[in-house]
Write a protein that binds this ligand. Structure first.
Ligand code: FPP
Length: 243
C-alpha cells in the first residue's frame, strides 16, 4: 500500500501490506513506558508522555490504512495501585490528550469511545470524556476506543449481571452487555515491551484474536514497528476452529 506521509523504511514496508487482508480491529497494550524512561535516567512519567505521542502516531496510521477500530489500554483497574503521583500524572495526561487531540480527531473523522468504569474517575475528567465522545460522535473513518479504568474480569461480571437481569443466557445476550456491544472482536492484539501476557485486557473478546508480542518499548513503537506487526498478522492463517 502507498501511505501518504510515510517515509523511508516504513514506506518501503508498507508496500508489502495488502489492503484486503488488514485487520478491522486492532487492540494495543501500550507497555514499557516506565522502563523506557528509566533507561534514560528520566522519571517514569516522561515515559507516559512519550507514550501518548506514540498513541497519536498509531491512531493516525490506523486511520490512513483504513483500520476501522483501534482499542488502546490507557488505564487499568489495577493501575490504582501505583504511586499517587503517577496516577495523578496519568489522569492529567488524559485531560491533556483529550484537550489537544479532540480537534484533530474531529477533523479526521475519528470517533472517540471509552470502555471502562468511568464513574470512579475524577468528576472533571468524566465530563471531559463525555464532551470528547459527543464532539467526535459523527466520525466514520475510525473508532478510537480508550480503555480507561478497564478490567476484563470486571467487564465480564458486569455483562453476566446484565444477562441475568435480562433472563437470557446466550452469548448474544452476554455481548449486548459489554461496554461497547457494537464493536467487533479484535483481529489483532499487540503488546509491547516483551511481556507475554494479557493482563486482564478484553478477556471475552480475544477468543480468536491473533496475538503479537514485541520487545520494543511503547515509546519506541513507531510506524515501522506497527507495519511489521500488521505484516506478521497478514502471514497468519485464521481458521476460527475450522480445518
Ligand atoms: C504501561 O507502561 C502503560 C500505562 C500503565 C499507561 C498507558 C498510558 C499511555 C501510553 C499514555 C497515553 C495515553 C493516553 C490516552 C493519554 P508501564 O508504566 O507499565 O511501563 P513499565 O512496565 O516499563 O513500568
Amino acid at each position: 500500500m502507498e501511505i501518504e506521509g510515510l517515509k523511508g523504511k516504513a514506506a518501503e514496508l508498507a508496500k508489502e501490506l495488502r489492503k484486503e487482508k488488514l485487520p478491522k480491529h486492532v487492540a494495543v497494550i501500550m507497555d514499557g513506558n516506565g522502563r523506557w524512561a528509566k533507561k534514560r535516567g528520566l522519571p517514569r512519567v516522561k515515559g507516559h508522555e512519550r507514550g501518548a505521542k506514540t498513541l497519536r502516531k498509531v491512531v493516525e496510521l490506523s486511520a490512513k490504512l483504513g483500520i476501522k477500530y483501534l482499542t488502546a489500554f490507557a488505564f487499568s483497574k489495577e493501575n490504582w495501585k501505583r504511586p499517587r503521583e503517577e496516577i495523578d500524572f496519568l489522569m492529567g495526561l488524559l485531560r491533556r490528550y483529550l484537550k489537544n487531540e479532540v480537534p484533530t480527531l474531529e477533523k479526521n473523522g475519528i470517533k472517540l469511545e471509552v470502555a471502562g468504569d468511568l464513574e470512579e474517575l475524577p468528576g472533571d475528567l468524566q465530563e471531559k470524556i463525555k464532551g470528547a465522545v459527543e464532539r467526535t460522535s459523527s466520525g466514520e473513518r475510525l473508532e478510537l476506543i480508550l480503555a480507561i479504568n478497564y478490567g476484563g474480569r470486571a467487564e465480564i461480571l458486569r455483562a453476566a449481571k446484565g444477562m441475568a437481569r435480562e433472563g437470557n443466557f446466550s452469548q448474544e445476550a452476554f455481548r449486548r452487555h459489554l461496554y461497547l456491544p457494537h464493536v467487533p472482536d479484535p483481529d489483532l492484539l499487540i503488546r509491547t515491551s516483551g511481556e507475554i501476557r494479557i493482563s486482564n485486557f478484553l478477556l471475552w473478546q480475544i477468543a480468536y484474536t491473533e496475538l503479537y508480542f514485541t520487545p520494543v518499548l511503547w515509546p519506541d513503537f513507531n510506524e515501522r514497528e506497527y507495519i511489521k506487526a500488521l505484516l506478521d498478522y497478514q502471514r497468519r492463517e485464521r481458521r476460527f476452529g475450522r480445518v
